[in-house]
Design a protein around this ligand. Structure first.
Ligand SMILES: NC(=O)c1ccc[n+]([C@@H]2O[C@H](COP(=O)([O-])OP(=O)(O)OC[C@H]3O[C@@H](n4cnc5c(N)ncnc54)[C@H](OP(=O)(O)O)[C@@H]3O)[C@@H](O)[C@H]2O)c1
Length: 359
Protein backbone atom coordinates (compact mmCIF):
# COMPACT_ATOMS: atom_id res chain seq x y z
CA UNK A 1 0.00 0.00 0.00
CA UNK A 2 1.31 3.46 -0.91
CA UNK A 3 0.96 6.21 1.70
CA UNK A 4 0.09 9.56 0.13
CA UNK A 5 0.30 13.16 1.30
CA UNK A 6 -2.19 15.16 -0.73
CA UNK A 7 -1.45 18.87 -1.09
CA UNK A 8 -4.30 20.93 -2.57
CA UNK A 9 -6.88 18.29 -1.67
CA UNK A 10 -9.94 20.44 -2.34
CA UNK A 11 -8.87 21.63 -5.81
CA UNK A 12 -9.71 20.21 -9.20
CA UNK A 13 -6.70 17.84 -9.18
CA UNK A 14 -7.09 17.13 -5.46
CA UNK A 15 -10.71 16.04 -5.84
CA UNK A 16 -9.84 13.78 -8.79
CA UNK A 17 -7.00 12.31 -6.73
CA UNK A 18 -9.51 11.56 -3.94
CA UNK A 19 -11.63 9.66 -6.48
CA UNK A 20 -8.59 7.59 -7.49
CA UNK A 21 -7.87 6.76 -3.83
CA UNK A 22 -11.54 5.85 -3.18
CA UNK A 23 -11.45 3.45 -6.14
CA UNK A 24 -8.32 1.69 -4.79
CA UNK A 25 -8.59 1.47 -0.99
CA UNK A 26 -6.14 -1.45 -0.84
CA UNK A 27 -3.50 0.32 -2.94
CA UNK A 28 -3.54 3.87 -1.58
CA UNK A 29 -3.86 5.48 1.85
CA UNK A 30 -4.01 9.26 2.29
CA UNK A 31 -2.14 9.97 5.53
CA UNK A 32 -2.24 13.79 5.44
CA UNK A 33 -3.83 16.48 3.33
CA UNK A 34 -3.45 20.23 3.00
CA UNK A 35 -5.52 23.11 1.70
CA UNK A 36 -5.24 26.85 2.00
CA UNK A 37 -8.70 28.09 3.14
CA UNK A 38 -11.28 25.34 2.57
CA UNK A 39 -11.01 23.88 6.05
CA UNK A 40 -14.55 22.45 6.33
CA UNK A 41 -14.20 20.50 3.07
CA UNK A 42 -10.70 19.38 4.09
CA UNK A 43 -11.88 18.15 7.50
CA UNK A 44 -14.60 16.14 5.85
CA UNK A 45 -11.96 14.50 3.60
CA UNK A 46 -9.75 14.01 6.67
CA UNK A 47 -12.52 12.08 8.42
CA UNK A 48 -13.26 10.02 5.30
CA UNK A 49 -9.62 8.98 4.76
CA UNK A 50 -8.48 8.96 8.40
CA UNK A 51 -5.90 11.58 7.37
CA UNK A 52 -4.39 14.51 9.27
CA UNK A 53 -5.56 17.91 7.99
CA UNK A 54 -3.43 21.04 7.49
CA UNK A 55 -4.38 24.51 6.26
CA UNK A 56 -2.98 28.00 5.80
CA UNK A 57 0.05 29.26 3.90
CA UNK A 58 2.49 26.86 5.60
CA UNK A 59 0.01 23.97 5.92
CA UNK A 60 1.38 22.10 2.90
CA UNK A 61 4.93 22.32 4.22
CA UNK A 62 3.91 21.11 7.68
CA UNK A 63 1.91 18.25 6.18
CA UNK A 64 5.11 17.00 4.54
CA UNK A 65 7.40 17.70 7.48
CA UNK A 66 5.18 16.07 10.11
CA UNK A 67 4.18 12.88 8.25
CA UNK A 68 5.85 9.90 6.64
CA UNK A 69 4.66 8.80 3.20
CA UNK A 70 5.78 7.11 -0.02
CA UNK A 71 4.58 9.86 -2.31
CA UNK A 72 3.58 13.52 -1.99
CA UNK A 73 1.00 14.61 -4.55
CA UNK A 74 1.63 18.33 -5.03
CA UNK A 75 -1.48 20.04 -6.47
CA UNK A 76 -1.51 23.52 -4.94
CA UNK A 77 -1.29 26.63 -7.11
CA UNK A 78 1.86 28.47 -8.15
CA UNK A 79 5.11 28.61 -6.22
CA UNK A 80 3.34 27.59 -2.98
CA UNK A 81 4.26 24.05 -4.02
CA UNK A 82 8.02 24.64 -4.03
CA UNK A 83 9.00 24.32 -0.37
CA UNK A 84 6.72 21.29 0.23
CA UNK A 85 8.17 19.65 -2.89
CA UNK A 86 11.73 20.18 -1.68
CA UNK A 87 10.80 18.94 1.81
CA UNK A 88 9.23 15.78 0.36
CA UNK A 89 12.33 15.11 -1.74
CA UNK A 90 14.59 15.64 1.27
CA UNK A 91 12.53 13.12 3.23
CA UNK A 92 12.95 10.55 0.44
CA UNK A 93 9.39 10.68 -0.90
CA UNK A 94 8.56 10.45 -4.59
CA UNK A 95 6.72 13.55 -5.80
CA UNK A 96 3.67 13.31 -8.05
CA UNK A 97 3.73 16.84 -9.41
CA UNK A 98 0.70 18.68 -10.74
CA UNK A 99 1.89 22.16 -9.79
CA UNK A 100 3.89 22.87 -12.92
CA UNK A 101 5.03 26.30 -11.66
CA UNK A 102 7.39 24.45 -9.30
CA UNK A 103 9.42 23.16 -12.26
CA UNK A 104 8.90 26.26 -14.39
CA UNK A 105 10.45 28.46 -11.71
CA UNK A 106 12.78 26.07 -9.92
CA UNK A 107 13.42 23.16 -12.31
CA UNK A 108 17.19 23.16 -11.74
CA UNK A 109 17.26 22.90 -7.91
CA UNK A 110 14.24 20.56 -7.75
CA UNK A 111 15.56 18.05 -10.30
CA UNK A 112 19.06 18.25 -8.79
CA UNK A 113 17.66 17.54 -5.31
CA UNK A 114 15.57 14.63 -6.61
CA UNK A 115 18.60 13.13 -8.32
CA UNK A 116 20.73 13.44 -5.17
CA UNK A 117 17.98 11.92 -3.00
CA UNK A 118 17.29 9.11 -5.50
CA UNK A 119 13.56 9.88 -5.70
CA UNK A 120 11.29 10.28 -8.74
CA UNK A 121 9.40 13.37 -9.85
CA UNK A 122 6.35 11.88 -11.54
CA UNK A 123 4.23 13.97 -13.92
CA UNK A 124 0.53 14.50 -13.23
CA UNK A 125 -0.08 16.95 -16.08
CA UNK A 126 -1.80 14.90 -18.81
CA UNK A 127 0.70 15.95 -21.49
CA UNK A 128 3.74 15.02 -19.43
CA UNK A 129 2.14 11.82 -18.26
CA UNK A 130 1.59 10.98 -21.93
CA UNK A 131 5.26 11.57 -22.72
CA UNK A 132 6.33 9.66 -19.61
CA UNK A 133 4.15 6.71 -20.68
CA UNK A 134 5.62 6.79 -24.22
CA UNK A 135 9.13 6.74 -22.74
CA UNK A 136 8.63 3.66 -20.55
CA UNK A 137 11.15 0.99 -21.46
CA UNK A 138 13.40 3.45 -23.29
CA UNK A 139 17.13 2.87 -22.77
CA UNK A 140 18.54 6.28 -23.59
CA UNK A 141 17.08 9.75 -24.15
CA UNK A 142 19.42 10.13 -27.14
CA UNK A 143 16.92 7.96 -29.06
CA UNK A 144 14.37 10.76 -28.70
CA UNK A 145 14.45 13.45 -31.38
CA UNK A 146 11.44 15.55 -30.33
CA UNK A 147 8.74 15.85 -27.69
CA UNK A 148 5.42 17.07 -29.08
CA UNK A 149 2.98 18.59 -26.58
CA UNK A 150 -0.63 18.78 -27.67
CA UNK A 151 -2.73 21.84 -26.80
CA UNK A 152 -6.50 22.08 -26.88
CA UNK A 153 -6.08 25.67 -28.04
CA UNK A 154 -8.37 26.97 -25.28
CA UNK A 155 -11.67 28.80 -25.70
CA UNK A 156 -10.41 31.38 -28.25
CA UNK A 157 -8.82 29.05 -30.77
CA UNK A 158 -11.23 30.02 -33.54
CA UNK A 159 -12.04 33.56 -32.49
CA UNK A 160 -12.63 36.30 -31.79
CA UNK A 161 -9.81 37.72 -33.90
CA UNK A 162 -9.16 40.50 -31.36
CA UNK A 163 -8.70 39.25 -27.80
CA UNK A 164 -8.48 42.52 -25.84
CA UNK A 165 -12.19 42.56 -24.96
CA UNK A 166 -12.23 39.04 -23.47
CA UNK A 167 -13.89 38.94 -20.04
CA UNK A 168 -12.89 36.71 -17.09
CA UNK A 169 -16.12 34.70 -17.57
CA UNK A 170 -15.19 33.98 -21.20
CA UNK A 171 -11.60 33.07 -20.28
CA UNK A 172 -12.79 30.72 -17.53
CA UNK A 173 -15.00 28.68 -19.91
CA UNK A 174 -12.53 26.03 -21.12
CA UNK A 175 -13.91 23.78 -23.87
CA UNK A 176 -12.47 20.42 -22.76
CA UNK A 177 -11.06 20.55 -19.20
CA UNK A 178 -12.63 21.67 -15.91
CA UNK A 179 -9.75 23.11 -13.91
CA UNK A 180 -8.90 25.75 -11.30
CA UNK A 181 -9.03 29.43 -12.39
CA UNK A 182 -5.26 30.09 -12.71
CA UNK A 183 -4.54 27.18 -15.06
CA UNK A 184 -7.76 27.85 -17.02
CA UNK A 185 -6.75 31.45 -17.77
CA UNK A 186 -3.20 30.27 -18.57
CA UNK A 187 -4.74 27.83 -21.06
CA UNK A 188 -6.69 30.64 -22.69
CA UNK A 189 -3.52 32.74 -23.22
CA UNK A 190 -1.53 29.55 -24.05
CA UNK A 191 0.95 30.54 -21.33
CA UNK A 192 0.04 27.18 -19.84
CA UNK A 193 1.43 25.40 -22.89
CA UNK A 194 4.58 27.50 -22.68
CA UNK A 195 4.97 26.51 -19.04
CA UNK A 196 4.47 22.90 -20.05
CA UNK A 197 7.43 23.22 -22.44
CA UNK A 198 9.59 24.26 -19.49
CA UNK A 199 8.08 21.53 -17.32
CA UNK A 200 8.95 18.95 -20.00
CA UNK A 201 12.43 20.39 -20.35
CA UNK A 202 13.15 19.60 -16.69
CA UNK A 203 11.21 16.36 -16.33
CA UNK A 204 12.77 14.72 -19.37
CA UNK A 205 16.05 16.66 -19.66
CA UNK A 206 15.35 17.70 -23.26
CA UNK A 207 16.25 21.22 -24.46
CA UNK A 208 13.30 23.52 -25.24
CA UNK A 209 14.46 23.66 -28.89
CA UNK A 210 13.43 19.99 -29.18
CA UNK A 211 9.98 20.50 -27.64
CA UNK A 212 7.17 21.46 -30.01
CA UNK A 213 3.51 22.31 -29.54
CA UNK A 214 0.69 21.22 -31.82
CA UNK A 215 -2.93 22.29 -31.42
CA UNK A 216 -5.30 19.35 -31.09
CA UNK A 217 -8.77 20.60 -30.12
CA UNK A 218 -10.26 17.15 -29.39
CA UNK A 219 -7.87 16.60 -26.40
CA UNK A 220 -7.67 12.86 -27.05
CA UNK A 221 -3.98 12.56 -28.03
CA UNK A 222 -2.32 13.88 -24.88
CA UNK A 223 1.20 14.24 -26.33
CA UNK A 224 3.70 12.41 -28.52
CA UNK A 225 7.35 11.38 -28.62
CA UNK A 226 9.23 11.30 -31.90
CA UNK A 227 12.24 8.95 -32.05
CA UNK A 228 15.36 9.19 -34.19
CA UNK A 229 14.36 6.21 -36.33
CA UNK A 230 11.30 8.13 -37.57
CA UNK A 231 8.76 6.42 -35.29
CA UNK A 232 6.33 8.52 -33.24
CA UNK A 233 4.48 7.21 -30.18
CA UNK A 234 1.38 8.87 -28.76
CA UNK A 235 -0.77 8.29 -25.68
CA UNK A 236 -4.54 8.54 -26.09
CA UNK A 237 -7.36 8.50 -23.55
CA UNK A 238 -10.57 10.40 -22.87
CA UNK A 239 -9.87 13.84 -21.33
CA UNK A 240 -10.08 12.77 -17.67
CA UNK A 241 -7.36 13.82 -15.21
CA UNK A 242 -7.94 10.70 -13.14
CA UNK A 243 -6.00 8.74 -15.80
CA UNK A 244 -2.66 10.57 -15.36
CA UNK A 245 -3.20 11.04 -11.60
CA UNK A 246 -3.70 7.30 -11.14
CA UNK A 247 -0.65 6.50 -13.25
CA UNK A 248 1.52 8.89 -11.23
CA UNK A 249 0.36 7.18 -8.03
CA UNK A 250 0.52 3.58 -9.26
CA UNK A 251 3.69 3.83 -11.40
CA UNK A 252 5.44 1.62 -12.38
CA UNK A 253 2.27 -0.47 -12.24
CA UNK A 254 -1.03 0.09 -13.98
CA UNK A 255 -4.19 -0.44 -11.97
CA UNK A 256 -7.68 -1.19 -13.29
CA UNK A 257 -10.26 1.60 -13.54
CA UNK A 258 -13.96 1.63 -14.15
CA UNK A 259 -13.68 4.48 -16.60
CA UNK A 260 -14.81 3.96 -20.18
CA UNK A 261 -11.84 3.59 -22.53
CA UNK A 262 -11.80 5.43 -25.85
CA UNK A 263 -14.47 4.46 -28.33
CA UNK A 264 -12.45 5.02 -31.50
CA UNK A 265 -15.27 4.61 -34.07
CA UNK A 266 -17.28 7.29 -32.25
CA UNK A 267 -14.51 9.85 -32.70
CA UNK A 268 -15.37 11.74 -35.87
CA UNK A 269 -11.80 12.97 -36.41
CA UNK A 270 -8.57 13.80 -34.64
CA UNK A 271 -7.23 17.08 -35.99
CA UNK A 272 -3.90 18.86 -35.57
CA UNK A 273 -2.66 22.32 -36.54
CA UNK A 274 0.20 24.67 -35.79
CA UNK A 275 -0.38 27.21 -32.99
CA UNK A 276 -1.03 30.82 -34.05
CA UNK A 277 1.84 32.61 -32.33
CA UNK A 278 0.66 36.04 -33.46
CA UNK A 279 -2.63 35.83 -31.56
CA UNK A 280 -0.97 33.82 -28.77
CA UNK A 281 2.50 35.33 -28.20
CA UNK A 282 3.02 33.42 -24.92
CA UNK A 283 4.79 30.49 -26.60
CA UNK A 284 7.44 32.73 -28.12
CA UNK A 285 7.86 34.57 -24.82
CA UNK A 286 8.48 31.29 -22.99
CA UNK A 287 11.00 30.11 -25.60
CA UNK A 288 12.89 33.43 -25.36
CA UNK A 289 12.80 33.25 -21.56
CA UNK A 290 14.12 29.69 -21.60
CA UNK A 291 16.99 30.80 -23.82
CA UNK A 292 17.97 33.59 -21.41
CA UNK A 293 18.07 30.98 -18.61
CA UNK A 294 18.77 31.53 -14.92
CA UNK A 295 15.98 32.93 -12.78
CA UNK A 296 14.10 34.47 -15.73
CA UNK A 297 11.64 31.58 -15.84
CA UNK A 298 10.84 32.22 -12.17
CA UNK A 299 10.30 35.87 -13.00
CA UNK A 300 7.98 34.92 -15.85
CA UNK A 301 6.00 32.52 -13.69
CA UNK A 302 5.57 35.05 -10.86
CA UNK A 303 4.62 37.87 -13.24
CA UNK A 304 2.08 35.65 -14.96
CA UNK A 305 0.47 34.65 -11.65
CA UNK A 306 0.06 38.29 -10.63
CA UNK A 307 -1.19 39.19 -14.13
CA UNK A 308 -3.82 36.43 -14.09
CA UNK A 309 -5.08 37.60 -10.69
CA UNK A 310 -5.20 41.21 -11.90
CA UNK A 311 -7.14 40.14 -15.00
CA UNK A 312 -9.61 38.12 -12.91
CA UNK A 313 -10.05 41.16 -10.64
CA UNK A 314 -10.93 43.31 -13.67
CA UNK A 315 -7.78 45.40 -13.29
CA UNK A 316 -6.07 44.63 -16.62
CA UNK A 317 -7.17 43.31 -20.03
CA UNK A 318 -6.81 39.75 -21.24
CA UNK A 319 -4.10 40.75 -23.74
CA UNK A 320 -2.23 42.60 -20.97
CA UNK A 321 -1.44 39.29 -19.22
CA UNK A 322 1.32 38.29 -21.64
CA UNK A 323 2.34 41.92 -22.20
CA UNK A 324 2.81 42.43 -18.45
CA UNK A 325 4.76 39.19 -18.11
CA UNK A 326 7.02 40.11 -21.05
CA UNK A 327 7.67 43.61 -19.65
CA UNK A 328 8.58 42.24 -16.22
CA UNK A 329 10.98 39.68 -17.75
CA UNK A 330 12.53 42.33 -20.04
CA UNK A 331 13.00 44.71 -17.14
CA UNK A 332 14.69 42.13 -14.90
CA UNK A 333 18.45 41.61 -15.20
CA UNK A 334 19.51 37.97 -15.62
CA UNK A 335 20.20 36.28 -12.28
CA UNK A 336 21.12 32.85 -11.01
CA UNK A 337 18.19 30.42 -10.67
CA UNK A 338 20.11 27.43 -9.37
CA UNK A 339 18.98 27.54 -5.74
CA UNK A 340 15.60 27.66 -4.04
CA UNK A 341 16.60 30.88 -2.27
CA UNK A 342 17.55 32.56 -5.57
CA UNK A 343 14.23 31.47 -7.11
CA UNK A 344 12.21 32.74 -4.15
CA UNK A 345 14.01 36.08 -4.27
CA UNK A 346 13.43 36.41 -8.04
CA UNK A 347 9.78 35.49 -7.48
CA UNK A 348 9.32 38.09 -4.73
CA UNK A 349 10.92 40.91 -6.72
CA UNK A 350 8.99 40.03 -9.90
CA UNK A 351 5.67 40.07 -8.04
CA UNK A 352 6.35 43.56 -6.78
CA UNK A 353 7.08 44.86 -10.29
CA UNK A 354 4.07 42.99 -11.71
CA UNK A 355 1.69 44.49 -9.14
CA UNK A 356 2.88 48.00 -10.01
CA UNK A 357 2.76 47.44 -13.82
CA UNK A 358 0.73 49.95 -15.87
CA UNK A 359 -0.09 49.65 -19.57
N1 LIG B 1 -6.95 21.08 -12.93
C1 LIG B 1 -6.33 20.42 -13.86
O1 LIG B 1 -6.94 19.68 -14.64
C2 LIG B 1 -4.84 20.55 -13.99
C3 LIG B 1 -4.19 19.87 -15.03
C4 LIG B 1 -2.82 19.92 -15.10
C5 LIG B 1 -2.09 20.63 -14.16
N2 LIG B 1 -2.74 21.30 -13.19
C6 LIG B 1 -1.95 22.04 -12.20
O2 LIG B 1 -2.25 21.55 -10.91
C7 LIG B 1 -2.19 22.61 -9.96
C8 LIG B 1 -3.52 22.65 -9.22
O3 LIG B 1 -4.53 22.99 -10.15
P1 LIG B 1 -6.09 22.92 -9.81
O4 LIG B 1 -6.78 23.16 -11.10
O5 LIG B 1 -6.37 21.66 -9.05
O6 LIG B 1 -6.22 24.20 -8.83
P2 LIG B 1 -7.45 24.60 -7.90
O7 LIG B 1 -8.69 23.91 -8.34
O8 LIG B 1 -7.45 26.09 -7.83
O9 LIG B 1 -7.06 23.98 -6.47
C9 LIG B 1 -5.94 24.38 -5.75
C10 LIG B 1 -5.84 23.60 -4.45
O10 LIG B 1 -4.64 23.98 -3.80
C11 LIG B 1 -4.95 24.51 -2.51
N3 LIG B 1 -3.98 25.57 -2.25
C12 LIG B 1 -3.76 26.70 -2.96
N4 LIG B 1 -2.75 27.39 -2.41
C13 LIG B 1 -2.32 26.69 -1.34
C14 LIG B 1 -1.31 26.88 -0.36
N5 LIG B 1 -0.55 27.97 -0.34
N6 LIG B 1 -1.14 25.90 0.58
C15 LIG B 1 -1.92 24.80 0.59
N7 LIG B 1 -2.90 24.57 -0.29
C16 LIG B 1 -3.09 25.51 -1.24
C17 LIG B 1 -6.38 25.00 -2.62
O11 LIG B 1 -6.95 25.09 -1.31
P3 LIG B 1 -8.26 25.99 -1.04
O12 LIG B 1 -9.42 25.19 -1.61
O13 LIG B 1 -8.33 26.07 0.43
O14 LIG B 1 -8.04 27.30 -1.74
C18 LIG B 1 -6.97 23.88 -3.45
O15 LIG B 1 -7.16 22.72 -2.67
C19 LIG B 1 -1.87 23.89 -10.75
O16 LIG B 1 -0.50 24.17 -10.70
C20 LIG B 1 -2.24 23.54 -12.18
O17 LIG B 1 -1.46 24.20 -13.14
C21 LIG B 1 -4.09 21.26 -13.07
Amino acid sequence: MKRIILLGATGSIGRSACDVVRAHPREFKVVALAVRHSLAAAESLGREFGARVYSGEDGALRAVEENEADVALVATVGLSGLRPTMAAIRKGMDVALATKEVLVAAGAPVMQAAKSAGVSVLPVDSEHSAIFQCLQGLDAMEDVSRLILTASGGPFLDGPERLDGITPEQALAHPSWKMGPKVTVDSATMMNKGFEMLEARWLFDVPVERIDVVVHPESVVHSLVEFRDGATLAQLSPPDMRVPIQYALSWPRRLPAERKPLDLPSLAALTFRAPDETRFPALRLVRDTARSGGAHAAVLSAADEVAVNRFLAGDIRFTDIVRLAADVVDGTPAADGGSVEAVLEADRAAREVARAWRR
